[in-house]
Design a protein around this ligand. Structure first.
Ligand code: CAA
Length: 258
């Protein structure tokens, strides 16, 4: 396997697309893949031509988890010293909105990667799960934290303690999925959602992401003040003026991305 090809990247207008590309391993997330995804996402984040990042897998598997074969013979000392999975934190710091089109298996680290997305599109055939308990371990890429925050204790405990897979319909009812569409339409819908976001002014899209994400970190009063200050800060952009001028002039805005 050529480590260069564990992911494919392309740009589609203002959307940066990252496609996981380890079909023989159901897109298992080994270290090379983690590095490639994080580096690609950071490069898109730094590119002013990019307004949204789209993460896709394959029809059969978004990702079937962290790479079990790569980890299986590691010692505690090796896992601890390398702080295995730490690099995924870099993905959490990307400011550009992240959309995931999740088809097939999204298990373990695959479910956790999907939950790192800001908008998650799935179909009835998508299979979410945190099966780590079946391997004698627990989630390690944020599953216990992000899953619990997004679906609550009852569902998170069920998934993490039994390893039960949850189909897309149940996942949507649980609040894990932003939009449920036909399986065949998942990737295209995710592309359209990413294009919609990328079609807005990136300063406002990035700040929208920032303030919603802050709701998970801050007490309500502090979050409300933060939101208001960020709202005020957008009045330093040209695009605020343009967006509001365009509305009053009844014409589409022409974003300068400033
Ligand atoms: N790591 C490494 N290889 C994997 C893998 C993984 N997570 N998931 C699948 N593969 C490999 C299989 O070993 C197999 O390779 P070989 O052909 O060399 O045997 C290939 O991908 C195809 O997989 P299957 O033959 O198993 O395909 P299937 O259709 O019969 O089953 C599946 C699909 C139910 C998803 C099954 O592959 C499976 O259970 N995978 C593991 C799921 C899992 O436990 N994920 C959690 C990993 S731990 C983790 O993610 C920790 C964390 O919190 C980050």
């Amino acid at each position: 396997e050529n480590p260069e090809n564990v992911i494919l990247t392309e740009t589609d207008g203002r959307v940066g697309v990252i496609t996981l590309n380890r079909p023989a391993a159901l897109n298992a997330l080994n270290r090379a893949t983690m590095h490639a995804v994080v580096e690609a996402a950071e490069a898109f984040d730094a590119d002013p031509q990019i307004g949204a990042i789209l993460v896709l897998g394959s029809e059969k598997a978004f990702a079937a988890g962290a790479d079990i074969k790569e980890m299986k013979d590691k010692s505690f000392a090796e896992m601890y010293a390398s702080d295995w999975f730490r690099d995924w934190e870099r993905l959490g710091r990307v400011r550009t909105p992240l959309v995931a089109g999740v088809t097939g298996y999204a298990l373990g680290g695959g479910c956790e990667l999907a939950m790192m997305a800001d908008v998650l599109i799935a179909g009835p055939g998508t299979r979410f799960g945190q099966p780590e308990i079946q391997l004698g371990v627990i989630p390690g890429m944020g599953g216990s934290q992000r899953l619990t925050r997004s679906v609550g204790k009852a569902k998170a405990m069920d998934m993490v303690l039994t390893g039960r897979q949850v189909g897309g319909e149940e996942a949507e009812r649980m609040g894990l999925v932003s939009r449920l569409v036909d399986d065949e339409a998942v990737q295209q819908t995710a592309r359209e959602v990413a294009a919609t976001i990328a079609g807005f002014s990136t300063p406002s899209a990035q700040k929208a992401k920032e303030v919603v994400a802050a709701a998970f970190e801050t007490p309500l009063q502090q979050g409300l003040v933060h939101e208001r200050r960020v709202f005020h800060s957008l009045f330093a952009t040209q695009d605020q003026q343009e967006g509001m001028d365009a509305f009053t002039e009844k014409r589409p805005p022409r974003w300068s991305q400033r």
